[in-house]
Every structure is written in structure tokens, then in C-alpha cells.
Write a protein that binds this ligand. Structure first.
Ligand code: 5GP
Ligand code: MN
Length: 336
């Protein structure tokens, strides 16, 4: 482990830096990665963002997005960057399995590993951590890192503010989850002062659906939504063929699970989708219900109490049945 003073001293000189984030990056993953990237280039470091997989088009407008390397498309170059990096920043995840094969490269790299994250149960691969499970978004922790740990608030420019606003907005469900505090709103106010155009960011992320995506949403809600009132649970399951039929791209299924959770009385919602190699589950819950516990115990996953994910190698319909079969065990909690 190293302390903050050591890290600050290291950052005082130009360094080779790699920033990486979790598989299938979301708004917080890319917002915090590009927010930190835009900070480090301002400070004269040599810095690259490596994403373990591609991510949705509605994040491609983020400032300096073209600088991001998608690992599977440039494996050799990425491995070299990781091996030669002085510092490796790991954002919005805390176990190396979340970055796929890139995880082995990071594990064996000699660079100092800095983890900035808000998920439960870190694996412990890091040399320095800024970790707070109470934080609403990793982007909030990046703000905190730059402003309070590095004491560099004046460096927050429009590009950085735009990226961090995006991360906070997406991970807070547009400022509606219990993790949103007065303090978070003060941070958001600072980001708007620094140039984040809040209305524009909302539009670019949320009002940017393809026609197919909207029609697919309509299909999910009218044809595929199952409401299991006896368990206050709603579930939508989608096959590979359905994804293909509607021409649904990476990230376009995001948020659909929230419609299932928006039904009155529903405490747990699941979106189960068949991908190329496995079946992926997205769970959302309200209040104390531990969606992450179900993902961890039954679906090789995890996450937050109210937003968690996992996967299974079983066929789609068997995953659906497995999910339903788990509900009786949680009946008391679901009916509270
Ligand atoms: P989503 O449903 O949007 O894919 O994921 C919601 C949250 O669950 C993510 O922010 C992440 O914390 C967590 N999550 C999703 N998939 C996985 C997974 O496969 N493993 C773990 N540990 N967490 C996951
Ligand atoms: Mn996050």
C-alpha cells in the first residue's frame, strides 16, 4: 500500500498512466474514466483509457471519447501500455475479473494500482484506494480525489465537469436514488459552475434512442413483462433472436428493467437477456431488498443492494425458471 503523499509526489512529474474500468462500461464507468483522463492530460501525463469491451453510442459524445482503446480491438498495444504504465487507475470496479482478460495483465503489471470505486467487497489487488460504498457514483469519488485529495479544484474544466456530471447523473438514476445527498447536489452545482451543460447532457444520454430501441421497449412492456404479484416481482426475458429482430445494439437494453420496477408495489425487477455466450441478468430493487445477494449467491455476480447483475451458462428459459424458483426464499422480504 502507498499513502496519499506518495501518490501526490508520483503525480508531480509526468507519468505513464493507464485508466481502465469495468466490462460493458456504463455512464459512470466512462464518465469517471474520461473525467480523470481529461484531468491527467491537462497535467501533462501520458495517459490512455482502456475499456475491456465496447459501450453504448449514447456515451460516444463524451469529451475525448475517440482516445479510448477498446481492449479486444487492440490487445497487443493495450498489453504493452499496461505493462509499461507507472500508474494504473482502476475505476468503478474492485475485482480484476470484472475487466476480463485485461485483469491478468493488470495483475502481473509492475505499475502502482490505484482503485477508485463504490462497490462492496474489494478483492485487494490495489496499492492505493479511494473507496466509499456510500458514494453515489465513482465520478463523485473522482471529483473528491481531484478536489480534496489532490487539492486541485481549479483544474476542473468544462470537459472534466461534463464527464463527471454524466457519471453522477447515470449512476444516481438522474438524482433520484437514496445515495443522492445535499453534498452530492453541491458537487453537481460545482460541476455546472465549471461548465457542465446539464440539460444538454441529459438530452445526449437519455433522448438519443434509436427508433428500434423505442419499439423494442414497447415490445418488452406489452409482450414480455411478467408481473408476479405474489412476490411483488416483475421480470422481462429476451432471447438472442428478439435482440436481433429489433437490431438492438450494445447498451440499448439499459434502463428497460427500471420500467418493470416502476409498477406500483413491485420491489424486485429483473431483465434477463440471452447474449452470444451466456445469459445476463440485471436486477433492480427498492428499499432494503438485497438484489446483489441474489446475483452473488445464484448468478456469479454482485453489485449494489438496489442495482445488481449476474450471469449464467444455462439456457435462457432455465435461467428464468431458476430466478423464479429463488423468489419463495425471499418472499417475506419481498412482501414487506
Ligand atoms: P447492470 O444491471 O446495469 O448490468 O448492472 C448493475 C450493477 O450491478 C452494476 O453497476 C454493477 O455494480 C453490478 N454488476 C452487473 N453485472 C455484474 C457482474 O457480472 N458481476 C458483479 N460483481 N457485479 C455486476
Ligand atoms: Mn458506478
Amino acid at each position: 500500500m502507498i499513502d496519499l503523499e506518495t501518490l501526490k509526489n508520483l503525480l508531480a512529474e509526468p507519468k505513464k498512466i493507464v485508466i481502465t474500468t469495468h466490462h460493458r462500461p456504463d455512464g459512470d464507468a466512462m464518465g469517471s474514466s474520461l473525467g480523470l483522463f481529461n484531468y491527467f492530460i491537462q497535467k501533462g501525463h501520458f495517459v490512455k483509457v482502456i475499456a475491456p469491451s465496447d459501450y453504448p453510442y449514447f456515451l460516444h459524445w463524451l469529451p475525448n471519447n475517440p482516445e479510448v482503446i477498446i481492449y479486444p480491438t487492440e490487445v497487443q498495444k493495450s498489453n504493452q501500455l499496461v505493462a509499461e504504465a507507472d500508474l494504473i487507475f482502476c475505476l468503478d470496479f474492485n475485482t480484476l475479473s470484472r475487466i476480463n482478460e485485461l485483469g491478468d495483465e493488470v495483475r502481473k503489471a509492475s505499475g502502482i494500482k490505484i482503485m477508485i470505486d463504490h462497490h462492496l467487497e474489494p478483492e485487494g489487488f490495489d496499492d492505493y484506494r479511494h473507496w466509499n460504498i456510500g458514494a453515489c457514483a465513482t465520478a463523485q469519488l473522482i471529483y473528491d480525489f481531484i478536489v480534496h485529495q489532490l487539492g486541485d479544484k481549479k483544474a476542473i474544466n468544462k470537459d472534466i465537469a461534463t464527464c463527471l456530471y454524466t457519471g453522477i447523473m447515470t449512476d444516481s438514476g438522474s438524482f433520484r436514488f437514496p445515495t443522492v445527498t445535499a453534498e452530492l447536489h453541491r458537487i453537481v452545482a460545482d460541476l455546472i459552475d465549471a461548465g457542465a451543460e446539464n440539460w444538454r447532457i441529459h438530452q445526449l444520454v437519455y433522448d438519443n434512442s434509436s427508433e428500434e430501441r423505442l419499439k423494442f421497449l414497447g415490445y418488452c412492456l406489452s409482450n414480455k413483462l411478467e408481473v408476479l404479484r405474489e412476490y411483488n416481482t416483475a421480470v422481462i426475458h429476451i432471447s438472442k433472436e428478439e435482440i436481433k429482430k429489433f437490431n438492438i445494439k450494445t447498451g440499448e437494453t439499459e434502463g428497460i428493467v427500471n420500467y418493470a420496477l416502476s409498477i406500483n408495489g413491485i420491489r424486485l425487477a429483473a431483465f434477463i437477456v440471452e447474449r452470444d455466450d451466456k445469459v445476463k441478468l440485471s436486477l433492480r430493487s427498492t428499499g432494503d431488498f438485497p438484489a446483489n445477494e441474489i446475483c452473488k449467491r445464484y448468478f456469479e455476480g454482485g453489485g449494489h443492494r438496489n442495482a445488481a447483475g449476474g450471469q449464467s451458462d444455462l439456457p435462457l428459459l432455465e435461467v428464468l425458471e431458476k430466478f423464479k424458483a429463488i423468489l419463495p426464499e425471499y418472499k417475506n422480504l419481498l412482501l414487506q
